[in-house]
Design a protein around this ligand. Structure first.
Ligand code: NDP
Ligand code: 2IT
Length: 468
């Protein structure tokens, strides 16, 4: 009782001393104190929408922010499976259905040993606003498991996916919640997940996206996130009357997003000099061309190997082990013009950000979700770097997932050109929305623009739908 009373007293004290948004953040921080990434994502959005929120008193009256930070539903489940040695393994599965105000819940599944509730909640929270920016009717959510696909056989991955879906199937559906891929979940995993879903449901429908092209998938979905991130950078450069041609670019990651980011940069005449994975990065001063990129795709997607193998095949390449420098990543200390972080959250800290500014980076298009720490974001803003948040720059992936849902509904497949055209248009529209709400003099604060524009859309829908 004593604890409850003192907690209430502390709450009362905070309420009197703090503005409503700060009070809410304190409440979340107290209640979900272990969910660091979630708190970070919430703080980032709150910082940008604060003034807008206070000006629109109807939002406050309807407690929109208090409701938006609370997922509609959180599902946590056991995923038992048997490995190739016949040993029973148990993982933890998650699906966070965060917000369905503007459409069925939509968002990827992440399979990575680091997955926990805080990470899935941060990704689901970001997804609400990202999906709103696409202009499509999709709500936000995310899921995954602390399963590590690395080093597992295809049979083990299949059995894991089947067990995962044996619980997930009852929570998803084309009009309810439509999962897709993310880290560790690509076409192989979506195939196994869809196969099991269809078997249990006895129904072929669009409850998953990222499907194979012969069984309900969309052209350009595998490419969409990386291509979209480059299309967004092109829009940002246009403001300075510049193009990608001749620009030196650093890209992190070497998975789905990184690969298609490199492909598009090459197509537009840029030079990509880095790629990475969780062990280290390669620096190729001659640039990664189409042939080298095909080799990277083979290493990562077929052989499921490491980026260090690139150095074994090509000359004049440096490989740096990033375990040796845990406080900063020397990848971000390479001289270049444009940066495309495309690996994971918080891969750029304050020191990295300072290095990037010193080394001449003036544009960042986030392929990954929340790759920059709060300190890094602040440093980029102070240095007037053109900096697009993941919710804007990497929205191309979920946007084409949304187009896959549309094609499934009408049981038709659009052409390569048609999907690519729609993707480009969506990225242009997102850029325009950022400008509409993010201009600070001649500088565009893309974070502010993306956060206010998307928050307004979701908040207005929530207002109109009553207290639910
Ligand atoms: P992949 O699994 O295809 O690739 C992930 C890449 O990031 C790998 O190179 C991986 O290296 C590296 N990586 C993962 N975790 C870490 C870590 N802790 N430290 C360093 N490197 C790491 O995933 P995607 O390319 O799909 O996803 C990359 C990012 O893009 C994620 O932030 C994801 O949320 C985001 N994203 C993805 C979309 C999609 O459509 N796939 C859409 C929008 C955003 P390693 O092989 O060593 O694990
Ligand atoms: O972070 C993301 O936007 C994704 N992983 C893609 C989600 C999707 O539903 O395509």
């Amino acid at each position: 009782m004593l604890t409850t009373n003192s907690t209430l007293l502390t709450e009362e004290k905070h309420k009197k001393e703090q503005e409503p948004i700060d009070f809410l953040l304190t409440k979340i921080t107290d209640r979900d104190h272990k969910q660091l990434e979630f708190i970070q994502a919430v703080e980032e959005v709150f910082t940008d929408i604060k003034d807008f929120y206070y000006k629109n008193t109807e939002y406050q009256k309807a407690k929109i922010l208090d409701r938006i930070v609370e997922p509609e539903r959180v599902i946590i489940f056991r995923v038992p499976w048997v490995d190739d040695q016949g040993e029973v393994q148990v993982n933890r599965g998650f699906r966070v259905q965060f917000n369905s105000a503007i459409g069925p819940v939509k968002g990827g599944l992440r399979f990575h040993p680091s997955v926990n509730l805080g990470i899935i909640k941060f990704l689901g929270f970001e997804q609400i606003f990202k999906n709103a920016l696409t202009g499509l009717q999709i709500g936000g959510g995310k899921g995954g498991a602390d399963f590590d696909p690395k080093g597992k056989s295809d049979g083990e991955v299949m059995r894991f996916c089947q067990s995962f879906m044996t619980e997930l199937f009852r929570h998803i559906g084309p009009n309810t919640d439509v999962p897709a891929g993310d880290i560790g979940v690509g076409s192989r995993e979506i195939g196994f997940l869809f196969g099991q879903y269809k078997r249990i449901m006895n129904e072929f429908n669009g409850a998953l996206t990222g499907k194979g092209i012969n069984w309900g998938g969309s052209l350009i979905r595998p490419e969409a996130t990386g291509y979209g991130s480059v299309y967004f950078a092109i829009e940002m450069l246009k403001i300075r009357d510049e193009t990608i041609e001749g620009k030196t670019c650093i890209v992190s990651g070497s998975g789905n997003v990184a690969q298609y980011t490199v492909e598009k940069i090459i197509e537009f005449g840029g030079k990509v000099v880095t790629l990475s994975d969780s062990n280290g990065f390669i620096y190729d001063p001659n640039g990664i061309d189409h042939e080298k990129l095909e080799f990277v795709k083979w290493i990562k997607n077929t052989a499921r190997g490491r980026i260090s193998e690139y150095k074994e095949k090509y000359h004049d390449v440096e490989y740096t082990d990033t375990y040796l420098t845990p406080d900063y990543n020397p990848l971000w200390d390479i001289k270049a013009d444009l940066a495309f972080p495309s690996a994971t959250q918080n891969e750029i800290n304050g020191k990295d950000a300072e290095n990037m500014c010193k080394r001449g980076i003036y544009l960042i298009s986030e392929g990954a979700n929340m790759p920059c720490s709060m300190e890094a974001i602040k440093i980029f803003k102070e240095n007037k770097i053109l900096h697009a948040p993941g919710k804007a720059a990497n929205a191309g992936g979920v946007a084409v997932s949304g187009l896959e849902m549309s094609q499934n509904s009408i049981r038709l497949n659009w052409t390569h050109e048609e999907v690519d055209h729609r993707l480009q248009q969506i990225m242009k529209n997102i850029h325009a929305k950022c400008l509409q709400y993010g201009l600070e003099g001649s500088y565009c604060n893309y974070f502010k623009g993306a956060n206010i524009s998307s928050f307004k859309k979701v908040a207005d829908a929530m207002l109109e739908q009553g207290v639910v």
